[in-house]
Design a protein around this ligand. Sequence first.
Ligand SMILES: CC(C)(COP(=O)(O)OP(=O)(O)OC[C@H]1O[C@@H](n2cnc3c(N)ncnc32)[C@H](O)[C@@H]1OP(=O)(O)O)[C@@H](O)C(=O)NCCC(=O)NCCS
Length: 159
Amino acid sequence: MSILKEKTVAASKTEVSHLLCNKDMNGAGRLFGGQLLMWIDEVAGIVAKRHCECNVTTASIDNLQFKEACYLNDVIVLIGYITHVGHSSMEIRIDTYVEKSNGQRFPVNRAFFVMVALDENDRPTEVPRLIISSIEEQAKWDAAEKRIELRKTRREEGF
Ligand SMILES: CC(C)(COP(=O)(O)OP(=O)(O)OC[C@H]1O[C@@H](n2cnc3c(N)ncnc32)[C@H](O)[C@@H]1OP(=O)(O)O)[C@@H](O)C(=O)NCCC(=O)NCCS
């Protein structure tokens, strides 16, 4: 009988910062959206791998918005953490901020990724249970359950 591990949200929480350089900008002198997506995907992958301790793949991405323009020499901060686990899937939330020279942070984007844990045959495999340690984490779990239902409906409707 296999005993499935349990892990906290804090155990896989990840924060990454990037200093915006010329190679990160688009022709209009702002952060290139594709670069941000790559960084967000990377953080989601790190959080998921830290939780399940195996290979993962991205099944879906929800919500990319660009609420604040980001310019050369700004610092971009990405904070990712797990909100929900299913059988083989994990929902990861990634908040992105732009940090100005005075240290003030402004929200740029909030994304929800569904990452799936893969076994040695590249097939979905069961992930550790998530220990919910606070009312806030419970609220995030409950909100994730609603999004999971929405995603199922959208898939059924070919969205
Ligand atoms: C994601 C993938 C592994 C799912 O494989 P599958 O054969 O459909 O497996 P399942 O039906 O058992 O789904 C596995 C889990 O993923 C979830 N899932 C599958 N497709 C999903 C989607 N489009 N959106 C959200 N969740 C999804 C299922 O709900 C299930 O969750 P659960 O185990 O927690 O209940 C498979 O579709 C795949 O490999 N896709 C390509 C992913 C990829 O290459 N990403 C890199 C970016 S290009």
